[in-house]
Design a protein around this ligand. Structure first.
Ligand code: GLN
Length: 431
């Protein structure tokens, strides 16, 4: 790993600046309904960011442990989704924002199914869905999953667990209520006990940033390289975090910050910038919805500063089509960069202008194309199939990257534009 020179480390500089300035924000209160959480240091404040290369940036005491609480919910949801699939999990837990507090009785009338997996009711069901013969085995699977997301073996803060187990009657009530309508796939006491243990897992701000970065990286932990959950599961979890992660403040959060996120009453907050980074904030002073006040402030500023909002339109680095030539027998289009929907749409339009008369050839020079996504491959291969059906020959010039792309292997390919053009010229009927 290359160590960044301090004068080039603008990421740390931003985090340190935000940390220094926002430490003055002392609004909010410690969670005290779990008595042990009221003993937290109200001044504790740390930020950590982990990139897609597994590089870490931080400000404040990012190695200080605290309990994960509700920030565990998206990761256990990911485990249930990976084990059972979205269809089965959705039979038990919905995917709609509740618009209510995290501990509300947000259950579907009739079925008793909780609105989503980010609120307590939904998280208790999700926990109960995780496979395991006994309570201990189920919790072991959960701890193992959280640990793989974090990239190190995590443990439980027994004092916080005992404190919540003693006082957690509201969660017990939710579990019994769901059980009464057949909406809980375990006994209420087992489900709640495992859920309390899961909430009491000890993490650091750095751990949470790695966990968030694993979701940002399509389920692959960028520090350890391990695939923790499949890519489609990471996408599903991020979607539910975006719509439901901040409880009754989810709409305002999506509007102002624009990133999937999750907070917990232990003071942890994660946000995910897909394909960019995972970030975590720790500050135990909470607002009325149970979210760290400084966490919200940090993320609002950071999102604005770096233009991270999901609805922000993506940057296009270079024009897709670099050359187009309409020959009498052979038409040529050369493209560069990433071939996604927008690039392929451009390319096919340019190609339209150079298609020769029936029987003639088209050459697509993709040598400077750096990557092709599902949309790009689908659009190019469908268009070329159509051209061949109409009696044209389609030929590619591709580099090693595109050549390895199975979706484009059906076409005659050459490793240089010249060879592709010569091959076409040889097909030209003698005058
Ligand atoms: N263990 C906590 C509870 O169930 C978690 C809540 C939270 O972090 N929002 O009340």
């Amino acid at each position: 790993m290359v160590t960044i020179r301090p004068e080039l480390d603008v990421v740390t500089e931003s985090l340190v600046e935000l940390h220094g300035r926002l430490a003055a924000l002392t609004d909010g209160t410690l969670a005290d309904y779990i008595p042990q959480l009221a003993l937290a240091d109200p001044h504790a404040f740390a930020l950590s960011l982990v990139s897609m290369h597994g590089d870490r940036y931080q400000a404040g005491e990012a190695g200080l442990p605290f309990t994960v609480q509700s920030v565990s919910k998206p990761f256990v949801y990911a485990l249930a989704l990976a084990e059972l699939g979205l269809e089965e999990v959705s039979r038990w837990v919905g995917t709609e924002p509740s618009g209510e507090a995290y501990n509300a009785i947000s259950l579907e009338p009739g079925t008793g199914r909780p609105d989503n997996a980010m609120i307590n009711a939904g998280a208790i069901v999700t926990t109960a869905l995780v496979s395991g013969g006994t309570c201990e085995q189920r919790f072991e699977r959960i701890l193992d999953c959280l640990s793989r997301f974090a990239g190190r073996r995590l443990d439980v803060d027994e004092a916080v667990y005992a404190s919540e187990a003693q006082t957690g009657n509201r969660n017990r009530a939710l579990a019994y209520l769901m059980s009464s309508t057949g909406a809980l796939p375990a006994t209420p006491s087992d489900a709640v006990d495992t859920y309390f243990r899961q909430c009491a897992v000890r993490v650091t701000t750095r751990d949470l940033a790695v966990m968030a970065a694993t979701l940002a990286n399509g389920g692959v932990n960028p520090v350890t390289g391990e695939t923790v959950v499949p890519r489609h599961v990471a996408v599903q979890v991020l979607a539910v975090m975006a719509s439901c992660g901040m409880y009754d403040a989810s709409g305002a959060w999506l509007l102002r910050v624009g990133l999937p996120a999750k907070s917990g009453v232990g003071g942890g907050l994660i946000a995910v910038s897909p394909a960019r980074f995972g970030i975590a904030v720790h500050s135990p002073l909470l607002d009325a919805s149970g979210t760290p006040v400084r966490g919200v402030a940090v993320m609002r500023e950071l999102s604005e500063r770096f233009g991270l909002h999901l609805m922000h339109h993506p940057m296009r680095s270079a024009p897709t089509v670099t050359h187009a030539d309409a020959g009498e027998w052979t038409g040529l289009v050369a493209a560069q960069g990433a071939l996604d929907f927008t690039a392929a749409e451009r390319l096919l339009r340019e190609l339209s202008g150079v298609v020769p008369g029936t029987g003639g050839c088209v050459v697509l020079d993709l040598l400077d194309v750096t990557s092709i996504d599902a949309a790009g491959a689908l659009m190019v291969s469908s268009a070329l199939t159509r051209l061949e059906e109409q009696g044209h020959r389609a030929v590619l010039a591709v580099g090693p990257r595109a050549a390895a792309d199975a979706r484009l292997s059906a076409w005659q390919s050459f490793t240089s534009r010249q060879e592709a053009l010569e091959w076409c010229e040889n097909l030209r009927p003698a005058e």
